[in-house]
Design a protein around this ligand. Structure first.
Ligand SMILES: [Fe+2]
Length: 175
């Protein structure tokens, strides 16, 4: 299955370390009480400009986004509270694809490049988590994937229109 390449990246786009600094900054604002309570299962855009969009996300125990990428948007996320699991596809030398979990505890920041595929969520018995996610360019699309029969399969693509979505509905745009 052909995957997009990264050869047409915008040279003026924020680098991964810049996006990581943005998510850390907003995580500190959340921890300082600037954003008030963040309900599990909610998502709120806390900053948007021409270059970057930042979301504050609350996670219920056992909640997962499903395997996805953000198209041409690179980004970063910081776990402000609780623990997230990042599930990523791993290709083996025999061609078999499987999924591997990476634990992201409070204070952890991860960056991702364009077309990075992952699933984010929390364990069923976990305490509710809060995280901050930045995307550049803003308003990224979402493509869904699954690993089936040892292969990574691309599913539907979705475009982002958060203007009239509820908090629950917007969660899928911010992970
Ligand atoms: Fe994501």
């Amino acid at each position: 299955m052909p995957f997009p390449t990264s050869t047409d990246a915008d040279p003026a786009a924020p680098r991964g370390d810049e996006l990581a600094a943005v998510t850390r900054q907003h995580a500190e604002l959340y921890l300082a009480g600037c954003y008030g309570d963040v309900l599990p299962g909610s998502a709120r855009c806390v900053h948007a400009d021409a270059r970057v969009e930042v979301w504050l996300v609350g996670w219920a125990p056992g909640e997962w986004t499903g395997l996805h990428d953000r198209g041409a948007a690179a980004g970063a996320f910081t776990v402000a509270d609780g623990t997230l699991l990042e599930r990523v596809p791993v290709g083996w030398s025999d061609g078999w694809m499987s999924l591997r979990d990476i634990r992201r505890g409070a204070g952890a920041t991860a960056t991702f490049t364009r077309h990075h595929i992952h699933d984010l969520g929390t364990e069923p018995g976990a305490v509710p988590a809060v995280s901050v996610h930045a995307y550049s360019p803003p308003l990224p699309s979402v493509r869904r994937y699954e690993v089936a029969g040892g292969e990574l399969v691309a599913l539907r693509a979705e475009t982002s229109d958060v203007s009239d979505a509820s908090d629950t509905e917007t969660l899928r745009w911010a992970s």
